[in-house]
Each structure stands twice: as structure tokens, then as C-alpha cells.
Design a protein. Structure first.
Length: 590
């Protein structure tokens, strides 16, 4: 074979009498449609794919399910990148809050000394931002086992980790252990950043040399900028963690797990009422031998002429009950949220509500009367005799009281005094863990544990972070305004038809202008209470709600059009689109 090739080369050389030669030749200063398409699609794909740092999947998830979840988020990143950015922003705020709170606990214990019967090295743990992100993404699970609704493993939420840190029981999770589980690669991130930077540099060079830019490149740049923001927000978050860290079930964990279960929505019945809802906390100084409750009449048989009495409730920060005070307090006769002479007006910002109710003696739910025979003076959690949420008319179905529920109650009673005493030593945290009311003192109901931590926790989620519920919405609106403004800037570029230009301008202006309006609205809503009242009335009005859904549908169509038109417009573009910038113009020379 080698001899044959040598023979052919010899014959070819002999046949060529004269050969035209030239010196160094530069590459052609043009690009093709395929080059443009591949460059944009490749940049778009790797930016969206690599920037996604999803939470830990469920324990029983399959490879196909995990790939499907990632595909859905990629599509969301293509059509609504600002929604992904707002999700990353929420996780960043939560991780930063958790780290700050853990450092505050560490500072307090070093200054005051540990008061709990726990190992000193566990009380003096310090977590970095990577460990906090690991907790935010559902990376810490507890071996629950029997008695917790068939859930062998439960995920700790950031609020659950915060509770353990507050009580000196922060889990043993080292930063090296978290990094070992992460699939993050600094080199891969650097390559993606270089590719994104190269794309930005090309667009800037084309604009400087007044070369046309395609709509696909403009759309890609929008996603590149969002991807860079995601990298900044998720830089310390572990990537592609499949198996969470498992905390084995030990004797000291049972009271913590029971308390967190009773407070969390995972323990709620069909009517959405948690096991902790009707449990009033009795401080040690107020406990005495309780008398047998007097069960009189149902609501339907009560005297209708009873007078209205003022009441107040100050919900704990992050409590699920604060989202709907009526659902927590219940329809006690004539219920009216509002101000009265002896209390300030209701404020959604500090979770304080004032209301008037027509007091009536209630008949407790039959399956909960057993608590009155089990309760003893030393129990800190006692079924309320003044207020029983499950006895009201809207609670028609009641789950039978299982032995496991009674056991959880007994275990929670052994821990609740420690939590209350810690809050008394650090009064600023009383609002985090207890709901105070004229109906009694109740334990707050944050979501401490769950079966898994979803990637998208909602735009109104604040948890115990203290961030206003509209902060995430304002961040989303600002990102949408920037996304729309970028596409509006392309109004003077070439479009195949006049109709396509008009639709592009209308779609981008609708997204951009609505983003600016909503951004200013949510910023104002954080400090103007009347706007919050207006929003509540807007949601309750069916006609306005239908109009709002219709407008939302138009915005979705506008987003789809921008992405589709970016590809469709490549069917006819100016010739100068395929000309590449003269990079020598940007280099220093004589």
C-alpha cells in the first residue's frame, strides 16, 4: 500500500510541469448560515445546560425522570430565562440567610456559653456557603422510619436546619463531603464562560464595525447574560448531586423530628390543618392542674346574640398559617379582619392581624378529646380548651388519632421547653418560632421537613429569611424588563417581512413594559400597605382574574414568538450578516 501511494505521488509530480504558488494566506472573512446556526445553538445549549444547578432528586427517581426534569428546566430557560434567574436568586438569598444565622448562633454560644446538653464541638460548628447551599437544595435527609406516614426518609428544609442550629444540634456535614458529591468542574465552567464571552465579544465587534446582527444572535445573547447571572448566583451550589447526606435516626433526634413533623404541612390532614395547629403552648410558670373541659354546644346551637370581641394574632415569621389568617383562625361566627380601637391595623409585613369574632363555646372533635385525658401539668403542649381549630364548621373530615400521633406529641413536649427558653434568652427569635395570640401561645408552623425539596418554591416564598414576599417578584419583573429591552433594541434590524417586524416590536415591548411596571409596583408594594389590599381584592374578583389569565396567555405567546422568529428569520438575511469583523482593527498597530 505504501509503495502504491509513493508511485501515485511520483506520477503526479512528474505530470505537473508548472505550479502556481503564493505566500501566507488568511482564512476567508465570511461565515455561512450553518456556522451561524451551529454557533448560536451550541452557545445557547451549553449555557442553559451547564448553568442549571438543580436540587437533589427524590429517592426513587429514575434516570429517565431526572433527564425529563432537566429537559423541562432547559425549555423553561429558553422561553422564560428570568424565571430561572428568580429561582436562583431565591436560593441564593436563602443560603446566605442560613449561613448568617448559623454564624450568629456560633457567635452567641462562644460569648454566652452552651446551655444545652449537647457536645460542645457540635454546638460550635461553622458552615460555609457551600454547606448552606447543600441544605437549601435538599441535600440533608433524616432516617424517619415507622410512625411518619410511611416516609422512610425526610428532607430537611433550610428552616429545619436553622432550628437544629438554634438548639445546638447542627448536623455533621463537612464541606469536603459536600464537594465530593458535587459534579462541578471548574474547567468546564471556565470553558462555558469563555464560549459565552466569545459570543459577546463577536456581537460587540459587529456593532462597532456597523455589521448587521441576526435576531438569533440577539436572542442568544439574552440567554448568555442570564446564564452568567446564574453562574454568579449558583457558583457555590453543588452540581448534579444524586444522593443526599443521610442523618441516622438516633435517640436524640426523635423529639426534633416529632416537633418538625407536627409543625410542617406534611402532617396536615385533608383540611390542611397540621398536628400542631390546635396545640397551645403553656409556659412552665403558667402550668397548673387542668380542669376537665366543659363541652357545651356546637356552633349551630349557640346563641346568636353574643357580642363581638376583639382579638389579635401575631404569626411567627415563615408560618404557613400567616398566608391565610382566616384558615388558621377559622370562621368563628362573624369574622372580620380589620382594625378596632384597642389594636393597630392589620399589617401583612409583620404578620399581625386584628379581628372581631363572635365568641362561642365549641365542641371539640371526638378523636381529639383523648388529649384531655392524657394531658398532665408537665406537658408543654396541650390541646387548647379555648380554641380548637378542628371543631369549626369548615373541618368536616377528621383523621383518626393514631398512636403514632400521640407518641409524636409526647416527644415534642420534651423539647418545646428548650425552644421556648432559648427564645427567652434571645428575644428577637421569639417571632421566628412562636405565634402569640389572645387565643393563646402557639408554636409556629414553618415547613421544617418535607418528602423532597422542589426546585421552584414559588415567587411568594420567604420562609424565615425575613425577605419580603414581593422581593422575588420584583427581581423577576426586573429580569423580564431587561429581557424585553434587549429584544426591543433590535427593532431597526432586518426582518423578512413588515408583519414580522411589527409582531417582534409588539412582543418585546409588551414583555419589557410590563416588566418595568410590575417591578415598580412590587417595589412600592413592599412599603405601601394599600397596594397589598388592592392585590388581594384583585385575586378575589373573578372577572379581573379571568382578564389577568388572558393577559398572561398573551405574554406566553409573545415569548414563544420571539424564540421562534429568531430561527425563522434566518431564511432571508442581509449579505453583510455573513461577513466577520476585522479583528486587526481592534489590535494596537502603526
Amino acid at each position: 500500500m505504501l509503495f502504491l501511494i509513493a508511485f501515485l505521488l511520483t506520477v503526479r509530480y512528474a505530470a505537473s510541469s508548472s505550479v502556481e504558488t503564493t505566500a501566507w494566506t488568511s482564512a476567508p472573512n465570511f461565515r455561512g448560515t450553518w456556522d451561524l446556526l451551529v454557533s448560536c445553538v451550541l452557545t445557547l445549549t451549553i449555557c442553559v445546560w451547564s448553568a442549571l444547578h438543580l436540587n437533589v432528586p427524590t429517592e426513587d427517581s429514575t434516570l429517565a425522570q431526572r433527564n425529563l426534569r432537566r429537559t423541562r428546566w432547559i425549555l423553561l430557560g429558553i422561553f422564560a430565562p428570568e424565571l430561572v434567574v428568580s429561582t436562583a436568586f431565591a436560593q441564593y438569598l436563602t443560603a446566605r440567610w442560613l449561613r448568617r444565622e448559623i454564624l450568629e448562633d456560633l457567635k452567641y454560644r462562644k460569648a454566652e456559653g452552651a446551655k444545652l446538653n449537647t457536645p460542645p464541638e457540635q454546638q460550635l460548628q461553622e458552615w460555609g456557603i457551600t454547606q448552606c447551599y447543600f441544605a437549601v437544595m435538599g441535600g440533608i435527609t433524616i432516617q424517619a422510619g415507622e410512625g411518619f406516614d410511611g416516609s422512610p426518609r425526610l428532607s430537611l428544609t433550610p428552616e429545619g436546619v436553622r432550628l437544629l442550629s438554634f438548639l445546638g444540634r447542627l448536623p455533621w456535614i463537612s464541606e469536603s463531603q459536600v464537594r465530593d458529591k458535587s459534579k462541578a468542574d471548574g474547567l468546564a465552567k471556565s470553558i462555558v464562560c469563555l464560549q459565552a464571552g466569545w459570543m459577546l465579544l463577536q456581537i460587540i465587534a459587529r456593532l462597532i464595525q456597523q455589521l448587521p446582527v441576526t435576531l438569533l444572535e440577539i436572542n442568544t445573547i439574552g440567554h448568555v447574560l442570564c446564564a452568567l447571572v446564574l453562574y454568579l448566583l449558583w457558583w457555590s451550589k453543588p452540581l448534579e448531586v444524586k444522593d443526599p447526606a443521610l442523618i441516622s435516626r438516633e435517640d436524640w433526634m426523635d423529639p426534633f423530628l416529632s416537633l418538625m413533623w407536627m409543625c410542617s404541612p406534611i402532617s396536615s390532614s385533608k383540611d390542611g390543618i397540621t398536628e400542631m395547629r390546635c396545640m397551645a403552648y403553656i409556659p412552665q410558670s403558667q402550668r397548673r392542674v387542668a380542669s376537665v373541659p366543659t363541652i357545651t354546644v356546637d356552633q349551630d346551637d349557640a346563641v346568636s346574640g353574643s357580642a363581638l370581641s376583639p382579638h389579635e394574632t401575631h404569626f411567627s415569621i415563615g408560618s404557613i398559617a400567616a398566608r391565610d389568617p382566616r384558615k388558621f383562625i377559622g370562621p368563628l361566627g362573624d369574622f372580620r379582619v380589620g382594625s378596632h380601637e384597642s389594636s393597630p391595623s392589620p399589617s401583612p409585613f409583620d404578620h399581625h392581624v386584628s379581628y372581631m369574632i363572635r365568641e362561642k363555646e365549641l365542641k371539640t372533635a371526638p378523636e381529639h378529646e383523648i388529649f384531655f385525658t392524657l394531658q398532665e401539668p408537665h406537658h408543654g403542649l396541650q390541646h387548647s380548651r379555648k380554641y380548637c381549630r378542628r371543631a369549626l364548621q369548615d373541618c368536616l373530615r377528621h383523621d383518626p388519632l393514631s398512636p403514632f400521633a400521640i407518641q409524636r406529641w409526647r416527644l415534642a413536649c420534651t423539647l418545646i421547653d428548650d425552644l421556648y427558653n432559648q427564645c427567652q434568652d434571645r428575644p428577637s427569635y421569639m417571632d421566628f418560632y412562636f405565634t402569640t395570640s389572645t387565643l393563646g401561645i402557639f408554636v409556629g408552623e414553618p415547613k421544617y421537613i418535607d418528602r423532597y425539596i422542589p426546585d421552584f418554591i414559588g415567587l411568594s416564598y420567604i420562609g424565615q429569611t425575613g425577605v419580603h414576599k414581593d422581593r422575588l417578584k420584583s427581581a423577576l419583573s426586573f429580569a423580564a424588563a431587561a429581557y424585553g429591552a434587549l429584544h426591543v433594541a433590535a427593532w431597526n434590524e432586518y426582518f423578512p417581512t413588515r408583519t414580522e417586524r411589527i409582531l417582534w416590536i409588539l412582543s418585546s415591548m409588551a414583555i419589557g413594559s410590563s416588566g418595568i411596571f410590575l417591578w415598580l409596583y412590587f417595589l412600592a408594594k413592599e412599603s405601601i400597605e394599600s397596594l397589598d389590599v388592592f392585590a388581594t381584592r384583585f385575586r378575589s374578583n373573578k372577572v379581573l382574574s379571568i382578564i389577568g389569565r388572558f393577559v398572561l396567555g398573551l405574554f406566553i405567546l409573545a415569548r414563544i414568538y420571539l424564540v421562534v422568529e429568531a430561527f425563522v428569520s434566518l431564511r432571508r438575511v442581509p449579505i453583510a450578516v455573513f461577513q466577520t469583523p476585522e479583528w486587526s482593527n481592534f489590535l494596537p498597530h502603526l
